[in-house]
Design a protein around this ligand. Structure first.
Ligand SMILES: Nc1nc2c(ncn2[C@@H]2O[C@H](COP(=O)(O)OP(=O)(O)OP(=O)(O)O)[C@@H](O)[C@H]2O)c(=O)[nH]1
Ligand SMILES: [K+]
Ligand SMILES: [Mg+2]
Length: 371
């Protein structure tokens, strides 16, 4: 039996046990047992690098968003508010010990929201189940970094040009070399922060996007307990949004922001001669180059691309309605697309060609007919 199951079992036993003088000692023992198991769970196992049991939550819906943050910032409260799935919330740290999934229904799509244990210093070494939390964050399309607005952790400023910072002495790359490499890639505005003693290859990997960087929005919760000036200041931070779960403030904005960041594209299909099906969109995620007609065709069926003659597009990506577009056309959210396949036309063309060929043969060699 895993540690979580053991904790659950004891919690269940505690709930069943009546509280009175006779059971006081027994309940105390159970409490101590839980405390021990929790510590065991939150500490990385000695010698092992894996860091205990993983969180096995399968992907569901059109995208995955993870709630990451220090303990007791209100992650579980937020999950319950946004998804209706209950996740235990309490004033003590590490109330949440596993990954709790919920579903957000938004804009005809389903987004999986994941509540996770709080992260603490040393998370990357496995403290507080940090490894598992980080693994879940890496598997997500977006991270909501939840912060307690009454405790300010960091400040970020946006400046033009290239700013160069490092949290440790660098032995492989210096400022000048970094500038040179960035200029090589025609990057003139960037904030570069080295958190490890990176090599030139590491830097190039980052620039070329070979490393996975997950989009992140900073969510300042509990604005009900701070002054309006502080709320205003936090709301102006880049990539940030201010909310209060308790007062249900700004949650709709948070959802809209989340949707925006996820870059999902809804495409409605229109069968020839029929109205588009507006009930069930195809939901694609726009990659770097956006969602192309080719991406859309691949989504519908792997072999479709070869059969497509062109597509007809209605919506914000079209210059006129409908626009005839090829495979490289970039579609926008809520576009309507009708696929016109090659087959029928080609069949028609080949029929025409056959007729023409027969005609020519008959005209040139009328004796064939006679025979
Ligand atoms: N004032 C105020 N308190 C809040 C708000 N949201 C959550 N809380 C409180 O903050 C405490 C922690 O909330 P949780 O949802 O358990 O926080 P968590 O981040 O899931 O905590 P862990 O699972 O322990 O990491 C609870 O007592 C909540 O009632 C809010 O908007 N305002
Ligand atoms: K908590
Ligand atoms: Mg929690």
């Amino acid at each position: 039996m895993g540690i979580i199951e053991k904790i659950k079992e004891i919690e269940f036993e505690m709930a069943r046990t009546q509280k009175n003088k006779a059971t006081e000692y027994h309940l105390g023992q159970l409490k101590a047992k839980i405390a021990k198991l929790r510590t065991q769970l939150l500490e990385p196992p000695k010698g092992a690098s894996g860091g205990g049991e993983g969180f096995e939550v399968s992907k569901y819906g059109h995208g995955r968003v993870a709630l990451i943050g220090f303990p007791s910032v209100g992650k579980s409260t937020l999950l319950t508010m946004l998804t209706g799935t209950h996740s235990e919330a309490a004033s003590y740290e590490f109330t949440t010990l596993t990954c709790i999934p919920g579903i957000i229904h938004y804009n005809d799509t389903k987004i999986q929201l994941l509540d996770l244990p709080g992260i603490i210093e040393g998370a990357s070494e496995g403290k507080g189940r940090g490894r598992q939390v980080i693994a879940v964050a890496k598997s997500s399309d977006l991270v909501l970094m939840v912060l307690d607005a009454s405790k300010i952790y960091f400040k970020k400023k946006k400046t033009g040009g290239i700013s160069f910072n490092s949290t440790l002495p660098l032995t492989h790359v210096d400022e000048k070399l970094c500038y040179q490499i960035l200029h090589e890639y025609k990057i003139h505005n960037a904030e570069v922060l080295f958190r490890e003693d990176a090599t030139v290859d590491d830097l190039i990997d980052v620039i070329e996007g070979n490393r996975k960087y997950i989009k992140c929005v900073y969510v300042y919760n509990k604005i009900d307990v701070i002054g309006i000036d502080d709320v205003d200041r936090l709301a102006r931070q880049p990539n940030s949004i201010v909310i209060s779960c308790n007062l249900k403030l700004n949650l709709d904005r948070l959802l809209a922001r989340m949707w925006e960041e996820m870059g999902l594209v809804r495409i409605y299909t229109k069968p020839q001669g029929q109205q588009p099906d507006f009930t069930d969109p195809c939901v694609l995620s726009a990659g770097r180059g956006g969602c192309t007609v080719e991406d859309f065709c691949n989504y519908l069926h792997r072999s479709l691309v070869k059969e497509v003659k062109y597509v007809l597009v209605w919506g914000t990506s079209a210059r006129h309605y409908p626009q005839h577009c090829g495979l490289s056309h970039v579609l926008n959210d809520e576009d309507v697309v009708q696929v016109v396949k090659k087959k029928v036309l080609e069949l028609f063309h080949s029929c025409l060609f056959s007729l023409f060929l027969m005609n020519t043969i008959i005209m040139c060699y009328p004796q064939l007919l006679v025979r």
